[in-house]
Design a protein. Structure first.
Lengths: 426, 303
């Protein structure tokens, strides 16, 4: 054993020690710097903050096929409504030909949000002959107001064309004691009797509204009716309590899992286990940083994917270390053992990880929402784990050996060469 | 290096796997799978009622909506006694926005002392469920083909097919466990299956990679010896990696909250069976196939 321990030049040792210390200091500093930037910038999925996810589909009428244009207009209108509703960072996207996906994070009253998004909001004024005389298309604005009895109501103002039509119909109905019915999506909201001609194009809708309902109705009317009826295909509402609970628990579980992992690595691989643990710490920061930079959303399965990928990231290190032990036992020096281990382990790590990446890519393509989030974190995790194991662990290990810190094989969990001879005798 | 003769036990291993798969098939026939609303369509309503209640009382309210046959369960955070649980979980057919609202308001009215709160509401239409089933099947097929192609290019076709056989073995074992325990399957489960795809193949590839390497150096040895040696050289790594992965998964399972539990359970089963199958299914299969090829060749030569 002593034969193999060549005297290494003291300059070389000094240089390695400097590089090792430098690398660790720089990595720690960088990691902390980046880590501090992550929490305020990372997107958390609905399942972690609470919110509403809705998948809507345009129902095709016979005379009204859902064209690309109608879907786009519908999206614009929904976006306006959501913006006015006051949701931070909503996602409103077309999915497939006729579908719209809406994600609203951090919402207190999900059912109210649904009401605002999904409502077609086609306003019609119908005369006693059942003829539509005026629609919401002629609206200029709609505002929340109070009527003369101080009850919540919606004040309407028509555009020029609407004003003329309104004057015409109110003139026709004035004094007849017959009502002008106001419908919202085929639902009768109110049916006032007209007393006199209304020429200035203003009207009030009175209904049995609460202040909130009247406000929301004004909002929907302002943004215009959806050009097509949207049907709800899928809804997921996660209350804020559940979101926060899932987030805290998964973070806790992650910390516990990671600690267990580190202890295991230290017991089995001693000093190089510590090195690997350090590399894993850098790895976690890197993955989160890439996720943040890509503006990806971290979902609950995503966190699970991340924690799982930590477990698997250890694998690359384990493959290298086991190979290293083998090379050392077969009579190589520490230094050449490390190089041989990396050379031989590289193809193993690559082949093993590419197959997992294939699964993750397929998952990304076919999955939606949280599942897709899982695929993203898993893929990024795999790529980053290869990077930390092949690049980071390798250089750190090289310097560690160069620095003459590892002299006793016990420090990395290899038993003495005597055992080795015995085993080989089998 | 260890000196296990894994290949010599291939018949025992095959019997064990066949036995588990047999139980699985029986269970799949009689128990079936507990498919959740992601696959079947339907509505789950999870509300906090905020005060003690009886399941029957909730059912009475549901009966007013013609939903008396729904699944109703008391739930609550871990450690609470049955009487203290103040949350309700209702599983029923797909309901629209208005129906869901009315049910929630009815519950709010009935228990007006406590703080009623929406914990989670999920509604999945039947169309989406069917689409998920189709997409999941398609995803599994494409992932399989992709892996066969990659392994065939990097190794050989026999390796690819043996690895895939081990994979199918793992998926059947997973389905067996899921069917026996009646774990509810939703879309994250598809993610779990694909992760197991990745993990199981990953594990198998590490062994195969070593077989490939040893084949070049041990030309005189027979296949069983080469594979036995290769397994012995990689088994520590297989075990260590499984242990680290199982450690994190167990932490997630125990501390990670109820929502994730079926998903993590599936991964736990997959990791264990994935490690087992690379050693006891994929490698023996490959050896058997190779030996069979040689015998076939010899027979041809003998004629």
């Amino acid at each position: 054993m002593d034969k193999r321990k060549k005297k290494v030049g003291t300059d070389m040792v000094k240089r390695s020690r400097m590089l090792l210390t430098g690398a660790i200091v720089i990595l720690v500093a960088f990691s902390l710097l980046i880590a501090a930037q992550i929490p305020p910038h990372i997107n958390l999925g609905l399942d972690l903050v609470g919110g509403v996810y809705v998948l809507l589909e345009a129902r095709e009428g016979e005379d009204e096929p859902a064209t690309r244009d109608t879907i786009e207009r519908a999206i614009t209108i929904i976006r306006n409504r959501v913006d006015e509703f006051g949701v931070s960072e909503p996602i409103i996207q077309q999915e497939g030909d006729r579908r719209i996906r809406v994600e609203l994070p951090d919402i207190d009253d999900p059912s109210r949000a649904m009401e605002v998004i999904g409502r077609t909001a086609l306003l019609t004024f119908v005369d006693p002959d059942e003829e539509v005389v005026l629609t919401g298309a002629n609206l200029d604005t709609a505002e929340f107001t109070y009527d003369q009895f101080n009850r919540p109501a919606v004040a309407l103002e028509f555009d020029r064309e609407g004003r003329d039509k309104f004057a015409e119909v109110t003139g026709r109905l004035a004094g007849t004691n017959e009502p002008l019915s106001i419908y919202l999506d085929d639902e009768l909201v109110s049916a006032p009797v007209v007393d006199e001609v209304i020429g200035e194009g203003k009207a009030i809708i009175r209904g049995d509204f609460t202040a909130e309902e009247a406000g929301d109705l004004a909002l929907i009317l302002r943004s215009g009716a959806l050009p097509v009826e949207l049907v709800e295909l899928e809804t997921r509402t996660i209350g804020p309590t559940l979101g926060a609970d899932s987030r805290d628990r998964s973070i806790n579980a992650g910390i516990i899992g990671l600690s267990l992992l580190l202890v295991f690595m230290l017991i089995i691989y001693r000093l190089i286990g510590a090195l690997a643990s350090f590399a894993l710490g850098v790895y976690v920061v890197l993955v989160l940083a890439v996720l943040t930079a890509l503006n990806a959303t971290l979902t609950l399965p995503g966190i699970a994917g991340l924690i799982l990928s930590i477990g698997m990231a250890v694998d690359a290190n384990v493959i290298i270390f086991e190979r290293f032990k083998e090379e050392y036992r077969s009579g190589k020096t520490l230094r050449s053992g490390v190089e041989a281990a990396f050379r031989n382990a590289l193809s193993t790590i690559l082949d093993a990880n590419v197959t997992t990446l294939i699964a993750a890519a397929v998952l990304f393509y076919f999955g939606t929402g949280p599942v897709r989030g899982f695929a993203v974190t898993l893929s990024i995790g795999i790529v980053m784990s290869m990077f930390t194991a092949i690049v980071l662990t390798r250089y750190l290990l090289r310097y560690l050996i160069g620095a003459n810190i590892i002299t006793n094989p016990n420090l990395f969990g290899v038993r003495g060469i005597e055992d080795n001879v015995e085993l080989k005798g089998n | 290096m260890l000196n296990l003769k894994v290949i010599n036990y291939r018949k025992h291993a095959a019997l064990l796997s066949a036995f588990i798969i047999f139980i699985g098939i029986i269970s799949l026939i009689f128990n079936g799978l507990n498919l959740g609303i992601d696959f079947t369509g339907g509505t789950n309503l999870h509300y906090k009622i905020g005060e003690p209640f009886q399941v029957e009382e909730v059912r009475e309210i549901l009966e007013e909506f013609g939903l008396g046959g729904s699944f109703v369960q008391k739930v609550g955070h871990g450690g609470l006694a049955e009487e203290e649980k103040d949350e309700v979980l209702i599983k029923t057919v797909s309901l629209d926005e208005e129906e869901r609202n009315q049910i929630f308001m009815a519950i709010q009215e009935r228990w007006d002392q406590g703080e009623t709160e929406i914990i989670e509401v999920e509604n999945v239409g039947g169309v989406i469920g069917r689409e998920l089933q189709r997409d999941a099947a398609l995803a599994l097929v494409i992932a399989t083909l992709g892996m066969i192609a990659y392994i065939t290019i990097r190794f050989e076709f026999r390796f690819a097919m043996s690895a895939i056989a081990a994979l199918v073995h793992d998926i059947i074992i997973l389905l067996t466990v899921v069917s026996l325990l009646q774990i509810e399957i939703n879309s994250p489960f598809v993610a779990a299956i694909l992760t197991i795809f990745g993990y199981s193949i990953n594990d198998t590839i590490v062994v195969f990679d070593r077989i490939r390497e040893n084949l070049k150096e041990m030309k005189k040895e027979d296949y069983a010896t080469v594979v036995n040696d290769s397994i012995n050289q990689t088994i520590i790594r297989s075990i260590n990696t499984s242990v680290t992965t199982l450690l994190v998964l167990s932490a997630l399972f125990i501390f990670g909250g109820v929502t994730l539990r079926p998903f993590i359970a599936a991964l736990l089963v997959g990791v264990i069976s994935g490690t087992y199958s690379s050693l006891f299914v994929a490698s023996p299969l490959w050896v058997t196939w190779k030996e069979w090829d040689i015998r076939k060749k010899k027979k041809v030569e003998a004629f």
